[in-house]
Design a protein around this ligand. Sequence first.
Ligand SMILES: NC(=O)C1=CN([C@@H]2O[C@H](COP(=O)(O)OP(=O)(O)OC[C@H]3O[C@@H](n4cnc5c(N)ncnc54)[C@H](OP(=O)(O)O)[C@@H]3O)[C@@H](O)[C@H]2O)C=CC1
Ligand SMILES: CC(=O)[C@@H](O)[C@H](O)COP(=O)(O)O
Ligand SMILES: [Mn+2]
Length: 381
Amino acid sequence: MKKISLLGATGSIGIQTLEVIRAHPEKFSIHALAFGKNVHKAMPLIKEFRPKLIVVQDEETKELVTKEVSETVVLSGSGGLIEASVADEVDVVVNAILGSVGLPATLKAIEAKKQVAIANKETLVTAGHLVMDAAKEHGVELLPVDSEHSAIYQSLNGENSRDINKLIITASGGSFRDKTREELEGVTVEDALNHPNWSMGAKITVDSATMMNKGLEVIEAHWLFNVPYDQIHVILHRESVIHSMVEYVDSSVIAQLGTPDMKVPIQYALTFPERSEVPAARHLNLEEIATLHFEKMDMERFPCLRMAFEAGRQGGSMPTVLNAANEEAVQLFLEGKISFLDIERHIEEALAEHTRIHNPDLSTILSIDEETRKRVRFHLN
Ligand SMILES: NC(=O)C1=CN([C@@H]2O[C@H](COP(=O)(O)OP(=O)(O)OC[C@H]3O[C@@H](n4cnc5c(N)ncnc54)[C@H](OP(=O)(O)O)[C@@H]3O)[C@@H](O)[C@H]2O)C=CC1
Ligand SMILES: CC(=O)[C@@H](O)[C@H](O)COP(=O)(O)O
Ligand SMILES: [Mn+2]
């Protein structure tokens, strides 16, 4: 029986993680549930899974929750996320929180030698070097939840990493894949949230539409699999049937395929190296699909992907700036304060104005993250 602390319980990945846990009561139980402010969504989950610890974003939410469940410990903020991640009883931390706010708890979970199933890609983008150094030092293997990285992890199974020629990450193209740059001028939040293949949280759905999601995934793959950027390729694959591939030196390509269902990589991260049935999974019917398409990525059409490759290659504090500017700009777009194309403009400007710091430590990363967000908000007016 694995005891789990789930960070981001009310989100798209969090809810699907709970579906997996609910389907396998003999394998998993919940120790802690952490979420932001969505008490309405959280209360039925708290009543069903009866966590020993609840963590929320702020004091106001803590008061609301405490009134409802006076017998359960409720904590708030980064300290609370860390408590949930290091508790003695916990075997696995599922980090399904949104944004770089998940970084300190991830580092503490690794230091406490917990298994970490990581969906929270912003943490790996903002401080991949710190996370991977800590994982190496404490002998912890991070289990990827992101579908492409789970596909790569599965395609690497049993292989010698020296034999990798390249990683091939597939991109659906997102909500606007068939629009020209001119046509992007007038798109709305509602249009952006209409992903062709996946049902996900708002921020990652916008990231898919700007192609920043793929950019973040390139940096995530660089850190998780220790592969240089020149050996990471992105290909447009509109069906999202092949979730990613590994090409080996002998020219063999190994891929993982499946219907677009995040419960599959979530469960694989929790049961690895074993597999079992995924609740309500639709199996792939290749005869029905009949044709798969692949197209070359156009870096001019998708400048966010270009910027992510550049920031990743430059390294140091550049990916921290890329991520923080993107998080803030996407939030402003979702709030209706900037246009879709303003997202990439804010990121480009933030990167251009930043002077790269080599090998930043945690406090430097946290302050660059905060300064970059302030800068994006400042340039709004
Ligand atoms: N959705 C998907 O299919 C995929 C997502 N991912 C990655 O997984 C992560 C989560 O994505 P997704 O589930 O879509 O996001 P959602 O927006 O659906 O959920 C985010 C979760 O994080 C919580 N949260 C946000 N801020 C805080 C905070 N400061 N303190 C505590 N909790 C907080 C939210 O709480 P509340 O509800 O209260 O706001 C919510 O539970 C992201 O990094 C994303 O890139 C990766 C692959 C696929
Ligand atoms: C489900 C998942 O892992 C997402 O990151 C997904 O990959 C988004 O799809 P695209 O970014 O390819 O549109
Ligand atoms: Mn993905």
